[in-house]
Design a protein around this ligand. Structure first.
Ligand code: 5AD
Ligand code: SF4
Length: 463
């Protein structure tokens, strides 16, 4: 597809060279990853990060469109951005405002109309073009929009930086989705399913481990549908990619998210049994318990299919921590159908879960269905579901009290002398340890647990 950047003339003039940026990221881990790549790009063209919007020559919002509330947040934040931009203007300073991410993709023109403060609107497939768009906005004195799905691979054009990283990092290996669940905007905002080649991913992971990263989470909207080109020219599965990456010696832990039950292939299940670097944690959304609702959602699995997959995974890796996504109040959902969702939750016993009220998204098939469930009914169902999920999460966490777990120390804790790390089951663990130990995997005896985190004591290594 040819490069097509639409220009809309604006009145004000911006000519000051810009050097600091403020970035705010909404939504999923893929946006967090994208923001890291955007930071690398900006750092290459001479920008430094600031955590104060008022100080920034460039303000960038990386947005999420998955539910209505997420999209609304962008417009209210743009109100604050406008104030900051106006205040800076009074001091004689220019500010470029960029909206990136899925709201940009879905509502680009609408954003520019509703928020003239915005200079650049850029969709997730175009981030490698950001420097050119900023240049155009500044020098041509206009609003710029790029929401194409370009033919070139943005990953090959995005820098992977030399900025310091923490002990854990995200790596997008797959993007987009061809599943078209009827509630979901992802196939429209992120486009068709695309898998990055194995060699490109391995190079990126090596660059991260060279900078001290011990754990990577492989990301994709439908990551277990991964089928990237392997070094032998054939399509490799996610399980094969994981095995390949686990040959990187300094890499201690591998995770992946988000998966679809349909793509939970035998080789991936077997990897949970055979690959010690693959962490015992699986996020596998089931969305709803009633088969009629699952069919209306176009999920292409029944609740029985889901439970059978869970059985197989537990057979392969009995201690695996299971997580999921659930939607309540999909159009037409009855009380009995909602109860079927609770039944699946009771049957599986989740270590963690994300649950949402159904939110109609413009352009998706479910948004126009009759029988939208009233808001108070959705709220009441969500409350019931979340109290069950909270109890399960607490039980899971409490069961680790008394055990000694390997914890990857990630960052300083809130209290002096405290660090926070992650157990293999992705639980946050707080403990007293020295900052020199950041980035290490240490043995920690768990002494207390809440629904959200664990507390433990560092065990002295007998060697
Ligand atoms: N309404 C509510 N939740 C949604 N999700 C996706 N689209 C919607 C929607 N329209 C949830 C799904 C998905 C997670 C990322 O967000 O549970 O797995
Ligand atoms: Fe959206 Fe996930 Fe369904 Fe794809 S599989 S349409 S990303 S909910």
């Amino acid at each position: 597809m040819p490069l097509s950047i639409r220009l809309i003339l604006k009145e004000s003039s911006m000519d000051t060279p810009t050097k600091t940026y403020f970035i705010k990221t909404y939504g999923c881990q893929m946006n967090v990853y994208d923001s890291e790549r955007i930071k690398d790009t900006l750092s290459e063209i001479g920008y430094a990060e600031t955590d104060r919007m008022e100080k920034a020559d460039l303000i960038l919002l990386n947005t999420c469109h998955i539910r209505e509330k997420a999209a609304e947040k962008v417009y209210s934040e743009l109100g604050r951005v406008k104030q900051a931009k106006n205040a800076r203007k009074r001091q004689g300073k220019d500010t470029l405002v960029t909206v990136a991410g899925c709201v940009a993709q879905a509502e680009g023109r609408e954003i520019m109309r509703r928020a003239p403060v915005v200079d650049v609107v850029i969709g997730p497939q175009s981030y490698h073009r950001l420097p050119a768009l900023l240049h155009t906005a500044r020098h041509k004195n206009c609003q710029v929009l790029d929401t194409e799905f370009p033919a070139e691979d943005k990953f090959q054009h995005l820098p992977h930086g030399s900025r310091p990283v923490s002990s854990t990092a995200f790596v997008t290996v797959q993007e987009g989705c061809d599943k078209f669940c009827t509630f979901c905007v992802v196939p429209y905002t992120r486009g068709n399913e695309f898998s990055r080649p194995v060699a490109e991913i391995a190079t990126e992971v090596r660059s991260l481990t060279d900078r001290g990263v011990k754990e990577v989470t492989l990301l994709g909207q439908n990551v277990n549908a991964y089928h990237g080109e392997g070094p032998d020219g054939r399509d490799w599965s996610l399980a094969r990619l994981i095995d390949h990456l686990s040959d990187i010696e300094q890499l201690a832990r591998i995770r992946y998210t988000t998966s679809h039950p349909r793509d939970m292939t035998p080789d991936l299940i077997a990897a949970h049994r055979d690959n010690p670097k693959l962490m015992p944690y699986l996020h596998l959304p089931f969305q709803a318990g009633a088969d009629r609702i699952l069919a209306a959602m176009n999920r292409k699995h029944t609740s029985k299919d889901y439970l059978e997959i869970i059985d197989k995974i537990r057979t392969a890796r009995p201690d695996i921590a299971l997580s999921t996504d659930i939607i309540v109040g999909f159009p037409g959902e009855t009380e009995a159908e909602f109860n079927a969702t609770l039944d699946v939750v009771r049957e599986v016993n989740f270590a963690q879960a994300y649950s949402f009220k159904y939110s109609p998204r413009p352009g998706t098939p479910a948004a126009t269905l009759d029988e939208q469930v009233p808001e108070p009914v959705k709220t009441e169902r969500l409350n019931r579901l979340q109290s069950l999920l909270r109890a399960q999460q607490q039980t899971f966490n409490k069961a680790t009290i008394g055990r000694t777990l390997p914890v990857l120390l990630e960052k300083p804790g809130r209290r002096e002398g405290q660090l926070v790390g992650r157990s293999p089951y992705l639980q946050a663990v707080h403990l007293e340890a020295s900052p020199q130990q950041l980035g290490q995997i240490v043995e920690v005896k768990i002494t207390a647990a809440t629904a959200n985190s664990l507390t433990g004591q560092l065990q002295i290594n007998p060697n």
